[in-house]
Write a protein that binds this ligand. Structure first.
Ligand SMILES: *[C@@H]1O[C@H](CO)[C@@H](O)[C@H](O)[C@H]1NC(C)=O
Ligand SMILES: *[C@@H]1O[C@H](CO)[C@@H](O)[C@H](O)[C@H]1NC(C)=O
Length: 211
């Protein structure tokens, strides 16, 4: 009981610190999606409606988005400078939810976090207006990675690893047919372990293309 109380207080303090910290933002940029094995996969990511102020990260085949309203395909990256992997800043992806014309403010920044499933290892990147943020970054080649720090694949019984946290860049991105909030979308998925449970998943790279 005592432990869980102090743990939640710590979490509260941590989120308060995070909220106050100045953040630098890069963007807007597109997210170019290319198949690792299947070269027919070549397209761009776009925010797709998944509920009130909630969007998934959908895949569309084809050339760079163009036209008057590029908001659906425009993303941002926020970081504080506190964490990096191989010189790449760790932060979070964000998408601007546009409000009705004439509203003030005109948009609400919506950070990306993962929605995990109890019956699959494929998580969905979702943009919402809450405070959840998935730690990610762009490496020197502009490829999107996920910050991971704990790998239990080498654990041994009764033998506490001396340094369990080893920050590392992971690239388990896929595009898969996915069911979420009653929609069936061809969307970006994150496999927490390999291979992905969903048989429609195809491995991809996601690369930042500045607008
Ligand atoms: C990201 O950083 C920008 C610039 O500091 C800030 O205006 C915005 O609110 C931040 N986004 C989120 C979701 O915190
Ligand atoms: C944020 O941007 C400003 C202006 O470019 C720069 O001086 C500062 O060092 C940046 N902070 C981080 C954490 O990168």
């Amino acid at each position: 009981m005592k432990f869980s109380l102090s743990a939640s207080l710590l979490a509260l303090a941590a989120s308060a610190v995070q909220a106050q910290q100045p953040q630098n933002q890069t963007g807007p940029f597109f997210l170019h999606i290319t198949g690792k094995d299947n070269k027919d996969i070549d397209g761009y990511a776009g925010a797709c409606h998944a509920g009130a102020a909630i969007e998934g990260l959908c895949y569309s085949n084809g050339p760079k988005p163009s036209g008057d309203n590029l908001n659906y395909a425009s993303f941002f990256f926020n970081y504080t400078g506190n964490q990096n992997i191989d010189g790449a800043e760790v932060g979070f992806l964000s998408w601007n939810l546009q409000l009705a014309q004439g509203s003030d403010p005109a948009f609400v920044p919506s950070p990306m976090s993962f929605t995990f499933s109890t019956t699959s290892n494929v998580a969905q990147p979702m943009f919402g207006t809450g405070s959840s943020q998935q730690s990610v970054g762009f490496d020197k080649d502009g490829k999107l990675f996920v910050y991971g720090a704990l790998d239990d694949a080498t654990f041994k019984p009764d033998n506490r690893p001396p340094n369990p946290y080893q920050p590392k860049a992971y690239y388990n991105w896929f595009v898969c047919w996915q069911y979420f909030t009653s929609y069936y979308y061809h969307a970006v998925g994150w496999a927490t372990t390999l291979p992905p449970h969903n048989p429609t998943c195809q491995a991809v790279d996601i690369t930042q293309v500045m607008i």
